[in-house]
Design a protein around this ligand. Structure first.
Ligand code: SF4
Ligand code: SF4
Length: 133
């Protein structure tokens, strides 16, 4: 049994398509949604796929044929503390408390608490947080 974590980005017209259902039914994959977010313009979903390696490959190929944008999910974050201006934007959007200030206003990143939702990456005005692959 193989596993792969991916980020899928859908256009607005694709939002009502039964994408995960098709992955389960047509490619015999187990899908675990790690995070999903829908805006008026697009949807973004972090997904863990489990199944036979060739089925995962075929499933991803099929997603791309449906014009879904597929990226590997980051393995972690790199937080550049020298660039940080302590604005708090990342801590405000972090759903798990993985990014928090301590008592002396130093930003801490607790990797164990991070679910890689990536909400903090676009929130940072100085691009101090980047995905690690
Ligand atoms: S990726 Fe998500 S969970 Fe992880 S630190 Fe950023 S906002 Fe928090
Ligand atoms: S959003 Fe960026 S600059 Fe602001 S506290 Fe977080 S890492 Fe620092």
């Amino acid at each position: 049994m193989a596993q792969q974590r991916v980020v899928l980005t859908f256009q607005r017209w694709q939002l009502d398509q039964p994408i995960t259902y098709r992955l389960v039914k047509d490619f015999d994959l187990v899908t675990n949604i790690l995070q999903a977010k829908v805006t008026p313009d697009e949807g973004r979903m972090s997904l863990e796929l489990s199944g036979l390696e060739q089925n995962i490959e075929q499933g991803i190929k099929w997603l791309k044929e449906q014009q879904v944008i597929v990226y590997p999910l980051a393995t972690g974050l790199s937080v550049e503390k020298d660039s940080c201006v302590d604005c708090g934007a990342c801590t405000a959007v972090c759903p798990t408390g993985a990014l928090e200030f301590d008592k002396d206003w130093t930003l801490n990143y607790e990797e164990d608490r991070c679910i890689l939702c990536l909400a903090c990456v676009p929130a940072c005005p100085v691009r101090a947080i980047q995905e690690r692959e």
